[in-house]
Design a protein around this ligand. Structure first.
Ligand code: NCD
Length: 325
């Protein structure tokens, strides 16, 4: 089920509008800016007493989650409801051996129920692309995270959070993505979005065992020393240690990891004084980040969660024919 480069073409219709939202790669800077601008316009919707707009009235959204999720599932559900769509959440526990046919059967059954949008989370890379390639022509597919491959709505809510905190000029920003880069679909999508938006400098900071081979080819600067990687950055983007994706000995121990790569107040002092600290959640307190930093004044972690609703509203409406504001 690996995603082929050509699958990026699946995402846009003949007029260059979003058709599916599967990966950041292949999307233009203009489109990423449009997603953020539309999200900005929805920001006020989530602050009103009546939190709804009728853009997706009469449409059905199915959150098809084959893998655990708290924030992503909840914010997709709230986003769809605030657009007045009907929403169905399906948590489907599946073994990694149940592949193609089972997935396609599930899709065919849901299509028979007149579903318009699938939000898909799956442990296998390429699952959302696979569904997009095989679904009925009126259906849109949004990737809610596939294996180690991509998590494009997380990347967009991160870009939105950075833009709100640091302004629109990504070119003057130095950013450090810290932690388990190797197993992280979030890091992959963040790097693609930051490149497209013209970020000034993107660093990845991790032990050698958690950096992908030839990571420089992604246009990032690798660091294996946290203090050096954090020096003078505007944005610190922490990642969770993806223990469930690790087999074999990547690390001596969690306490050793925290000692070398855990973000403490002392380490954070290497970054610019007004640097922001981000984390997609769930947080492993005391493993990759100290509670005093996660809950501290530079943390925007809970703002990220709130922005997830506005950004997912933007993606849902822009990828639905007739749904854009
Ligand atoms: C991320 C995910 O599931 O990929 N979390 C999220 O979507 N909020 C990151 C993670 O699990 O570490």
């Amino acid at each position: 089920m690996a995603a082929s480069p050509a699958s990026h073409d699946l995402q846009l219709d003949s007029q260059g509008r979003l058709r599916h939202f599967l990966t950041i790669e292949g999307l233009s800077r203009e489109l990423l800016l449009r997603i953020m601008d539309v999200a900005e316009s929805f920001g006020s919707v989530t602050e009103q007493t009546v939190k709804k707009v009728p853009l997706l009235r009469g449409k059905s959204v199915v959150n098809l989650f084959f893998e655990n999720s708290t924030r992503t599932l909840a914010t997709f559900e709230l986003a769809a409801k605030r657009l007045s769509a009907d929403v169905l959440n399906l948590n489907i526990r599946t073994s990694s051996t149940a592949k193609g046919e089972t997935l396609l059967d599930t899709i065919r059954n849901l299509e028979a129920m007149q579903v318009d949008i699938f939000v898909v989370r799956h442990a296998e890379s390429g699952a959302a692309h696979f569904i997009a390639r095989h679904c009925a022509p009126h259906v849109s597919v949004i990737n809610g995270g596939d294996g180690r491959h991509a998590h494009p709505t997380q990347a967009m809510l991160d870009m939105f959070t950075i833009r709100r905190a640091k302004g629109a000029d990504f070119g003057r920003l130095k950013l450090a993505i810290v932690g388990d880069i190797l197993h992280s679909r979030v890091a992959r999508s963040q790097i693609a979005a930051l490149k497209t938006l013209g970020a000034g400098e993107i660093r990845v900071v991790a032990p050698k065992t958690l950096l992908p081979a030839q990571v420089e080819s992604l246009g990032v600067v690798p660091y294996t020393d946290l203090d050096a990687g954090l020096a003078g950055v505007d944005v610190v983007m922490m990642l969770r240690l993806q223990k469930e994706r690790m087999s074999g000995a990547y690390l001596p121990s969690e306490s050793e990891y925290f000692r070398c790569f855990g973000l403490t107040e002392r380490r954070l002092a290497k970054a610019k004084p007004d640097a922001i600290v981000m984390h997609p959640g769930p947080i492993n307190r005391g493993v990759e980040i100290d509670s005093s930093v996660a809950d501290g004044p530079q943390s925007v972690i809970l703002q990220q969660v709130g922005h997830g609703i506005a950004v997912r509203m933007a993606v849902l409406s822009l990828s639905t024919p007739g749904g854009a504001p």
